[in-house]
Write a protein that binds this ligand. Structure first.
Ligand code: CP
Length: 317
């Protein structure tokens, strides 16, 4: 694997899930793989899970991780080729990414969308410019439109918790939020569910919240949350802003919040969320504090996902 930006970079989803679950059983079995190697972790946006789990994963492989909060500590970067840099940007990504490529064996980066210009966000200009100029493998720590480390984690979490011969029914439900959020997590979750093909995957959201079809694929979309959740084995809860009315909040209907009542007609579904989650806005306390919530072990699995990805890249360097 040369980079990790989306599921399309992964030769086999079942194989990388197996690698991750092997690391969960024996975290230090490849302690020497990353010896004398350095991972650069570049953040333009806040993070708790992605930052810490990836650092732990690198450490488990004997690799050093260096974090750079470029939004606070770095020069303002120019992303546009041919720009006349007479404004606020100080350094072009051509130099910045290339220089970081001199220091690190793998470069990882988190860059959220602006949610103002759909085309700009969906061309993934920022991460693509780093891929173009860094000269070393690039790992997404969440980009404008995708969050593959989270989605790999989610596949791992479903895989380890489902032992029955039939496919589980996995329903991704939109839930309310007070702020306009990116579509990266739901796009990515849909993309991985479709590529994995070991689940019956259904999406439910209010009218107007359709995702980019390139990610949602052929998954049935049901606008009645109650109907969609019938018989669900896993409920994946996430807010996102509108793709159609780009970056806007067009529904504030609090009845979409996931509560015990919402889960009544599921198959005692296990409830997932990538975190952070706003309690009693997105998911009720009674669910997050109850037996159906698996959000903490899900977040724990972030380490094994990151370790599997880093190891795949290190093995092929
Ligand atoms: N789920 C997730 O990516 O968490 P952080 O934003 O805290 O990294």
């Amino acid at each position: 694997m040369q980079q990790f930006i989306s599921v399309e970079d992964v030769p086999s989803v079942p194989r990388i899930v197996g690698t991750a679950l092997d690391y969960k059983k024996d975290p230090f079995k490849d302690k020497g793989l990353g010896a004398n190697k350095t991972l650069g972790m570049i953040f333009l946006n806040p993070s708790l899970r992605t930052r810490l789990s990836t650092q732990v994963a690198a450490k488990n492989l004997g690799m050093e991780a260096i974090v750079f909060n470029i939004d606070k500590e770095g020069w303002a970067l120019e992303m546009n080729d041919g720009a006349i840099m007479s404004g606020n940007t100080t350094e072009h990504v051509k130099e910045a990414a290339a220089v970081m490529g001199q220091y690190f064996d793998i470069l990882s980066i988190r860059t959220f969308p602006g949610l103002k210009d759909k085309e700009e966000d969906y061309t993934e200009k920022y991460i693509n410019q780093f891929i173009r100029y860094a000269g070393v493998p690039v790992v997404s720590l969440e980009s404008a439109t995708l969050h593959p480390l989270q989605s790999l984690t989610d596949v791992i979490t479903i895989k380890e918790r489902w032992q029955q011969p039939r496919k589980p029914k996995v329903v991704m439900t939109w839930a309310p939020h007070v702020r306009a959020l990116p579509q990266a997590v739901p796009n990515s979750f849909a993309q991985w569910m479709n590529a994995w093909d070991e689940v019956d995957f259904v999406i439910t959201h209010p009218e107007g919240y359709e995702l980019d079809p390139k990610f949602s694929g052929q998954a049935p979309v049901i606008h009645d949350q109650r109907k969609a959740l019938e018989g669900a084995d896993f409920v994946y809860v996430k807010n996102w802003s509108s793709y159609k009315d780009y970056g806007k909040i067009t529904c504030t209907d609090q009845s979409w919040m996931v509560s015990n009542e919402t889960l009544k007609n599921t198959n005692n579904a296990q409830v997932m969320h990538c975190l952070p989650v706003r309690r009693n806005v997105v998911i009720a306390d009674e669910v997050l504090d109850g037996p159906q919530s698996i959000v903490i072990p899900e977040a724990g699995n972030r380490v094994w996902a990151a370790q599997a990805v880093l190891s795949e890249i290190l093995k092929h360097r």
